[in-house]
Design a protein around this ligand. Structure first.
Ligand SMILES: Cc1cc2nc3c(=O)[nH]c(=O)nc-3n(C[C@H](O)[C@H](O)[C@H](O)COP(=O)(O)OP(=O)(O)OC[C@H]3O[C@@H](n4cnc5c(N)ncnc54)[C@H](O)[C@@H]3O)c2cc1C
Ligand code: FES
Length: 280
């Protein structure tokens, strides 16, 4: 198989996620059964794909769905530039190319039996959502201990996957905490920045592992809180983002020191991130 050749996909469904319409989710389905079987035989939460639009180019996006959800692959795209504007202008039924799954995944198989803490801020919640959905599959959920999810956004209109995540409040197998930066009328959950709210909730570090994704400022202030709670840097993972070209470790576009984010990552333990040059 040519690793540079995208497989043909079709947009099956588009969901406008945020009130300001800057984030939309695209559920893509496969045109060929063999491509679908190959994808789902490989895919694990945390991985990404290169999406391509003829005449516009290619760009990497984290997969935001779990394999058990159905025969589609979800991507949630923030409209910021040439490619993302082009995909936002597309409609259900339109064709699109996809390469992947690419990169490594959240190493959850290594942490069976542990309590899981997921901390996300802003639209970096995409692959964390895939991780939580994966863990919530009944046959998988029973292999782990407590599941705590802390998810922050600037305001309530910017939360992703609302109809689904609202049901998490009713479940007994997940402790779900949403936080917004400033008070809002009618908001009954947490108010405050993610690091402050994490300190308030204080998830136990005993037999626990944390997965943290968000803007760099959120990560910078959340790490000391987790450290204070007793999480060692070997037990905290994140997903890095660098500009990419090939996505398979050949072009050198995404390297940080000796590591290629596309191939050695995008998921790294903070113990590994600490070893990387600081220009990250
Ligand atoms: C592994 C990985 C997973 C990603 N997952 C998602 C996702 O789930 N959803 C999502 O919306 N985006 C995601 N991104 C970022 C996404 O790839 C970029 O937003 C996209 O490539 C921008 O393309 P564009 O042509 O619209 O922007 P451009 O026109 O190329 O650039 C617009 C602006 O965005 C900046 N920019 C573009 N790409 C990046 C980047 N990778 N890092 C920092 N700044 C950048 C540019 O410097 C410029 O200021 C991911 C990136 C990586 C590497
Ligand atoms: S994008 Fe080419 S080496 Fe990572």
């Amino acid at each position: 198989m040519n690793p540079y050749e995208p497989v043909p996909m079709r947009i099956a469904r588009i969901v406008v996620e945020t009130d300001d319409h800057t984030l939309k989710s695209f559920e893509l389905v496969f045109e060929r059964k063999a491509d679908q079987e190959r994808f789902f035989s490989l895919y694990q939460p945390g991985q990404f794909c290169q999406l391509s639009i003829f005449g516009k180019g290619e760009a990497p996006f984290g997969v935001a769905s779990a394999a058990w959800e159905g025969d589609f692959v979800r991507f949630t795209v923030n409209k910021i530039g040439v490619f993302t504007r082009a995909i936002h202008a597309m409609n259900a039924g339109d064709p699109i190319g996809m390469r992947g799954p690419l990169g490594n995944c959240y190493p959850i198989d290594d942490w069976k039996g542990s309590n899981i803490v997921v901390i996300g801020g802003g639209y970096a919640f995409t692959t964390l959502y895939a991780l939580v959905k994966h863990l919530l599959a009944p046959e998988i959920r029973s292999q782990y201990g407590d599941l705590t999810v802390i998810y922050g956004a600037r305001n309530s209109g910017l939360f992703l996957y609302k109809p689904d995540t609202e049901t998490w409040y009713e479940r007994s197998d997940i402790a779900f905490c949403q936080a917004i930066d400033l008070p809002e009328e009618g908001w009954s959950h947490f108010v405050g920045y993610v690091p402050t709210v994490t300190k308030e909730i204080a998830p136990s570090a005993e037999n626990a592992v944390a997965f943290v994704c968000g803007p760099s400022v959120m990560i910078r202030f959340t790490l000391p809180v987790l450290h204070e709670l007793g999480f060692s840097i070997e037990r905290i993972y994140t997903s890095l983002e660098k500009r990419m070209k090939c996505g398979i470790g050949k072009c050198g576009r995404c390297n940080v020191g000796p590591r290629y984010v596309c191939k050695d990552g995008p998921v790294f333990a903070f113990a590994q991130v600490r070893e990387l040059p600081q220009d990250l």
